[in-house]
Design a binder for this molecule. Sequence first.
Ligand code: BEZ
Ligand code: MG
Length: 824
Amino acid sequence: MLIALPELDGATCPTVFAGRHGPEGCQGCLHKCQAAAQSRAMAPCHERIDSLAEKTLRAARLRQKRNHDKNVAIVLFGFPPNAGATGTAAYLDVFESLQNTLMQMKADGYDVALPETVAHLRAAVLEGNAKQYGQEANVEAIVSAEEIVRSTPPLKAIEAVWGPAPGRIQSDGRGVFVLGVQLGKVFVGVQPAFGYEGDPMRLLFEKGFAPTHAFATFYLWMRNTFKADVVLHFGMHGALEFMPGKQAGLGAQDWPDRLIGEMPNVYLYASNNPSEASLAKRRSGAVTVTHLTPPLAQSGLYKGLSELKDSLTRWREMDPDDAQAGDLEALINEQAAAVDMAGRKAEELWLNLLETEDALIPEGLHIVGKPFSDAARAGYLGLLDGVDPARRAQVDQMLQEDHELPALMRALSGRFIAPVPGGDLIRSTDILPTGRNIHAFDPFRMPTEFACRDGFKQAQILLETHPELPRSVALVLWGSDNIKSDGAPIAQALALMGAQPRFDSFGRLSGADLIPLSELGRPRIDVIMTLSGIFRDLLPLQTKLLAEAAFKAAQADEPLEMNFIRAHALKYAADMEVDLETAALRVFSNAEGAYGSNVNQLVDSSAFGDEDELADAYEARKSFAYGVNGKAHKNHGLLQKALKDVDLAYQNLESVELGVTTVDHYFDTLGGISRAVKRARGQEVAVYISDQTRGSGKVRTLSDQVALETRSRSLNPKFYEALLSHGSEGVRQIEAHVTNTLGWSATTGQVDPWVYQRISETFVLDEAMRNRLAELNPTASSRMANRLLEASDRAYWQPDAETLAALQSAADALEDHMEGIAAE
Ligand code: BEZ
Ligand code: MG
């Protein structure tokens, strides 16, 4: 309450400065708090008060200092490491945006040594002396092991995980490299990676642990050596705010606080991600400044798909007795086979094509400081159904103006950044103008009545799609999806269980009630709800609400054939010799302070052997059961038991910008649980995507969703040419689609083999395209070729001998090209 509500007014940097101290005093200042700890009375926390005073002082100084005198640290990200991804961010052309930002800073009097062009900027950051040190970017400083030992307060905690300083990561054994480049009084740095990528043992850690020496040194160097007056995290998103520690109200022992300290933190953030932005605000004191996501466009059809549509159009207009009908049908069959749609009836083909043609796709990347083109703006306005024309004129105006650079400049001067709800432009024009500080929502009002009604409808569509009534459903819940839809996915979970939220007389969420079976008209479906760590952090009331709904259902005195939750809970209680409350736990997530299942990291770094290892990682990370009191206890046995009964797994898709093959989080969560179910049951499980991005919602099988995205995005020249116009970062995104597709094969086995075949033909076997990609981003193009070979090695597709040989030799050529460049 004390954090979420002030955010609505634009408050920043929530700091706990008093409270009832625990038995061992408060963190960080034991000596001053001993007495308070003994008395258990409300008492100040001196360490936090000092910290808050220092933050305030620094914010005030930032306002007063002349631009010319300010030291500004700008932090870029590189994820995954070694993937041609250094200096990337979701939806953003980072270097173009950064050059525009530096130009504006220069114009505003900052001391910036402005590179001549974007290419020069990129080279200064990513090349420079990088090869000399074997690093991914220019080495700006080396911090020796002695210096690290001398000046790293939490050294012990780091050494416990990573060994003696300087450790092995981003280090030459004597010191740690600080990557980036100083341009006048502006340091453009590259945030080190988390550190555990590709390390299967570390990826199984149930809880978070400690950042690497390199990570901690990077932040300490900015604070103590570079003496940053302000840090600007540039794009979505880095790892700082995901470091271990409390979810809100952090203390001096929590990692994000230890690292950012009292430095003012500005964070350029995509306007459509209120959930992760809230974490950055709460856990690292960030003031976010929103930027637009790329314009959306209709996919349209291309090549074989448009030829097939032409034939189908003729066929639909043709008299069935026409002498040519037979020939045309033969042609249609041939054309359908050529686009991997053999064996479908004409009507089905027609609907498939319309769906592909009509699908919305993001076009390219956003550039800060560059408003939408006229065409993109017009296209966008056309998609805003139901917006009144007066509002539309305002939207048109706002999209023509740049609100982002001016806001960044205000933030760098410590000025107030007005609040704005996070969301998708296509659903809510309230996110305009951008350049504002994202807030999430009023936690007491979710799920809204509208969301509950919609939840019932969507649950019904799901139940109608599956061939038989499921007894148990695994549902993945994310924070962002719920925030953007006022809790629609939460409402779906409630609807499946036959429950609804209860609000008190002030209209505040206070719990869950069951809907009588007579009203529900079908059995209560058991729902295994797996929450992202972000959902758990942002929606504690809703976490309890869901646990309460499941517990109440388990207690309801109803026939077992009408209440699958109770039927299962009674069985688990008897088998496991636990009480009903424990057996009715259905809300699972990470341990507190930990995020993700790490299935994505295992896939990204090819660090798994058998696919069941992905189920192991998933279960290790996600087996913390959250009860009616909101507290978590590890209960691996119960999770495994519940997974055995699951008939289908599903997740909502809320944003057009994010397809299931765009980011690795979908296969990390939905893929992860699907694999765990598959193992528990010893057989395939149905996996669905409930697409909420447009219209009244549509449930697709995972396999159809991947096919749709492959046709409308990955293989669509309109999509990939727009990405490639941004150069290196575009190649990296295409590569990501391939890796994420492999992630779906690894977790569900439900990707059609033609997907790999066509991607290979389009991006690797086509020599001109291959050379083009290799020029733009040698690392990512080599990874793509190797990923396709990996898919073949893992039998996710079986290319013929000729294709395989061609792919192998292309991969070799790409590797030679990459190494040739590295050796130059
Ligand atoms: C979430 O909002 O819960 C979420 C966002 C990104 C990735 C995974 C989860
Ligand atoms: Mg993320």
